[in-house]
Design a protein around this ligand. Structure first.
Ligand code: NOJ
Length: 516
């Protein structure tokens, strides 16, 4: 039987902003339950839920205070169980966000580790043995906290200062206070992580998106020990929860897939060139036609060859850390973007609100969002109060909403046949009808030249071969194409032509065509 990831299309839900069922201005799990049918109607069959655990929300929930408790503002653990069950009834899956690299400073483990006298949790975080030795001066550690707690030492942080790094040890310990990866304290942290995963898997969750998955072992520049750690987690899961899916925020698929992850995210930072396509001064998908997809394709194909048959690379439309794609591209251009995203290998990830082209708003920071806050605004469901997101008074909403007269809303786009929403729905359906377009269908680029249009690639599954051709630029373009077209499966804009092995495409057009 095919693995469910093969046909999966993920929908990322930032719980704060999706649907508020109790009128407190913040989204919640019962609110998500109300919208499961909506997600299914769009065609998505899997959900990634950003952290929904107890937290002081200094980093929107990525500062966990209890791995095994739903944040009361979102509901209860039972609500989450109901979400898993209702999703499964609809043939959908739910993965939670798992944050193994750090906790909140409010986590009871951290509070214990700050005490002057040694105790069970003294080794759970990375402390130097002397306040005058700053852990931030050591390889792989980005910052530290000093002088705030009774304990005589400084402690490493993994991201913001309210996120102390959990101790998984050092690949090459050089100081007496640095734990080895197989020390009792480092293995204790690892076990605590396995316990938290088991807790949710036993309740019906289908797996995890793992936050900063490559960050666990310190002084591990080539990621070797972190990869080994994940292999150990995978073999533990294989024994206990073999179906559990792991998706990494790592951005180095050659390492993460070797570590046992099913998929690795293409990241908006680092060497991926993801931003060249959608979010830069001259995005490839802008109709001005000044973009360059070549560096992206080159990097993608290098990783694809390194990881083919070992796991998948997934490309998101956006996420809670990036500016909304709509900031750079308009509706027409976005349709081309989705013709691309929904015909690439791996599992596509659609960020809530991207299906209607929600805007990136200029807002002051909420819950450690800073410039990310503008991409985290409450969903715009309809033209009613607060766009149908919440009954709360407007000042209680998680953030302000788009106040423009043409703010996109779901209900209007569903009524309009040529809306972005319908285009995405159509593309998802086509993808799921053709195995060649799904997660493991092979890919080979037929035409991609530096600073040139179109972008043409072949997806195949045995004899089933589909050519995807995209011309986001407004100019007519042509390129060599050694295939014989059989049947047009999808077109956007005027139809393409193939004569004497030359493919001609009108401006702003896309097509999927089966080939001989
Ligand atoms: C990556 C998450 O996506 C981001 O939102 C968070 O702030 C950091 N990791 C720290 O956990």
């Amino acid at each position: 039987m095919k693995h469910w990831l093969e046909e999966s299309i993920f929908y990322e839900i930032y719980p704060q902003s999706f649907n508020d069922s109790n009128g407190d201005g913040i989204g919640d799990i019962p609110g998500i339950l109300e919208k499961l049918d909506y997600i299914k109607e769009l065609g998505c069959n899997a959900i990634w839920l950003n952290p929904c655990y107890l937290s002081p929300f200094g980093d929107a929930g990525y500062d966990v205070a209890d791995y095994c408790l739903a944040a009361p503002r979102y509901g209860t653990n039972d609500d989450l169980v109901q979400l898993f069950e209702e999703a499964h009834k609809r043939d959908m899956h739910v993965i939670l966000d798992f944050v193994p690299g750090h906790t909140s400073t409010e986590h009871p483990w951290f509070k214990e580790s700050c005490k002057a006298e040694p105790n069970e949790y003294w080794g759970r975080y990375i402390w130097s043995d002397n306040i005058w030795v700053d852990v931030a001066n050591y390889e792989g550690i980005s910052g530290s906290l000093r002088g705030l707690y009774p304990r005589n030492g400084s402690v490493a942080v993994n991201f913001f200062s309210n996120q102390p790094a959990l101790n998984y040890g050092f690949a090459n310990p050089t100081e007496s206070w640095q734990s080895a990866v197989d020390s009792p304290e480092a293995l204790g942290t690892r076990q605590a992580m396995k316990d938290a995963m088991s807790f949710w898997l036993s309740k019906g969750c289908d797996g995890f998106r793992v936050d900063m998955a490559g960050s666990l072992v310190k002084n591990d520049p080539d990621g070797r020990e972190t990869t080994k750690l994940w292999q150990d987690v995978r073999s533990f899961l294989d024994k206990t929860y073999p179906d559990a899916v792991l998706i990494s925020e790592w951005g180095e698929p050659d390492k993460s897939l070797l570590g046992g992850f099913h998929m690795d995210f293409l990241l908006h930072f680092g060497p991926s060139h993801y931003m060249d396509l959608f979010r830069c001064e001259h995005p490839y998908f802008s109709r001005e036609g000044k973009g360059n997809a070549f560096p992206f394709v080159e990097t993608y194909m290098k990783n694809y060859h390194l990881t083919n048959k070992k796991g998948l690379i997934c490309i998101p439309s956006g996420n809670h850390d990036m500016e909304r794609i709509r900031k750079y591209l308009d509706y027409g251009e976005l349709k081309l973007v989705y013709a691309f995203l929904l015909s690439m290998p791996g599992a596509p990830f659609l960020y809530y609100g991207d299906e209607i082209g929600m805007r990136h708003l200029k807002l002051s920071s909420v819950e450690g969002g800073y410039d990310r806050t503008g991409a985290r605004t409450p969903m715009q469901w309809n033209t009613e109060n607060n766009y149908g997101f919440s009954d709360a008074p407007v000042e209680k909403l998680y953030t302000a909403q788009d106040s423009s007269v043409d703010a996109p809303v779901v209900s209007e786009q569903i009524k309009t046949q040529d809306s972005l929403w319908h285009e995405i729905q159509k593309l998802i359906k086509i993808r799921r009808d053709f195995p060649a377009l799904c997660a493991s269908g092979a890919i080979e680029f037929v035409y991609c030249e530096p600073n040139k249009y179109p972008l043409v690639y072949l997806r195949s599954d045995g004899n089933n071969r589909i050519l995807a051709a995209l011309n986001p630029s407004r100019e007519n373009v042509s390129c060599k194409c050694p295939y014989e077209l059989k049947e047009i499966i999808y077109t956007l804009g005027n139809t393409i032509k193939l004569e004497n092995e030359m493919l001609s495409m009108p401006g702003e057009s896309a097509a999927y065509v089966s080939v001989v």
